[in-house]
Design a protein around this ligand. Sequence first.
Ligand code: NAP
Ligand code: F7E
Length: 362
Amino acid sequence: MKTALITGVTGQDGSFLAELLLSKGYEVHGTIRRSSVDFRERISHLESMDHFHLHYADMTDSMSVMQVVGKVRPDEIYNLAAQSHVQVSFDSPEFTADVDAVGVLRILEAVRLTGLADKCRIYQASTSELYGKVEEVPQNENTPFHPYSPYAVAKLYGFWIVKEYREAYGMFCCSGILFNHESERRGETFVTRKITLAAARIAQGKQDKLYLGNLSSKRDWGYAPDYVECMWRILQHDTPDDFVIATGEQHTVREFAELAFRNVGINLRWEGEGADEKGVDRATGKVLVEVSPDFYRPTDVVNLWGDPTKARALLGWNPQKTSFAELVKIMTDSDMAKVAAERAGESVRTNLAEYLEKGIVK
Ligand code: NAP
Ligand code: F7E
């Protein structure tokens, strides 16, 4: 039985990866942060399982990282913990650098200093944000990086320090350069989930309008469970290497919104341009989507499109397992059910959706 350590197990990817590794017979250990409230919604269904264990560790605290690595002595580490929101990285650049850049170094050093360098394989959650102000379209493993946010700059350090430890110490450490991947467990402030939740709330009379930023931004959106499978495949490969993980298909934020609203029975037409653009309900003439410059970023990445040829050829991974239309449907169906349950009083949610609508939370 192999032992895996997942940092960031409470996150979207961490929860899906834990499920996958448990299904493969792994002993799975995850790290969580101490806080005054426990946020374990995504992993609560795993907590009673015999082969699932939780440990406190914070990526900003070397000693806690060292302790958990030394105690678990894993065969594989999946370093997923990060301040993962690009817009937040403009407000908290130092914290983002500490977690997303130096945090990676802390993992690598913990493995080395606990004598695990020859035995432990490490997966680093790298990102398409490294391509940032893109220098070519679509992007592959040879495309030059041009990070365009404090988040991307921090992740660039993570990418290069992993490569350095691979070459300097012969460690089996790899980066997955993952393009955006979403799911029904996606955080509610990322654009896809913000849209599917708002569409569900508007369709059920719980919200009037959705405010978004740049509607023309383009992304290569995949489904998170397909992507965590590829993380695992990267660590099972014969040699340590870096891989682009993407679907090979690109859509705008506008297209995502249009499809999400269609799934809940609302057909939108678009009027106006730039900050004046509006999404109007064709049936009622009501404006349901508006642009708010509050959601513009100081520098925005607008043209991400991945080329997954290498992952398909060397890892046997299928980038088209879940289509764009299926992804949007999975997310809207889930939010429709969630909102209906809340309306029926079956579950209580925080005010986050309300705060999002008012623009208090970005
Ligand atoms: P997520 O849902 O935001 O989860 C991030 C995880 O990191 C959470 O478990 C969070 O814990 C934990 N974390 C944050 N700061 C920490 C700290 N100081 N110490 C310990 N843990 C900390 O992110 P995700 O979407 O699952 O993404 C997983 C990883 O892939 C991240 O590194 C992200 O940057 C990267 N990535 C994501 C995408 C994507 O499209 N999803 C694409 C490329 C790369 P709390 O629950 O306590 O906040
Ligand atoms: O933005 C635009 C926004 O926040 C996507 C993280 O997982 O993927 C994610 O980062 C696009 C951007 O994701 C709103 O300007 C418009 O162009 O959903 P997002 P992201 O920034 O691409 C990468 C690969 C990661 O590595 C990150 O960890 O959508 N956009 N209007 C908006 N974005 C948000 N959040 N909110 C809006 O209202």
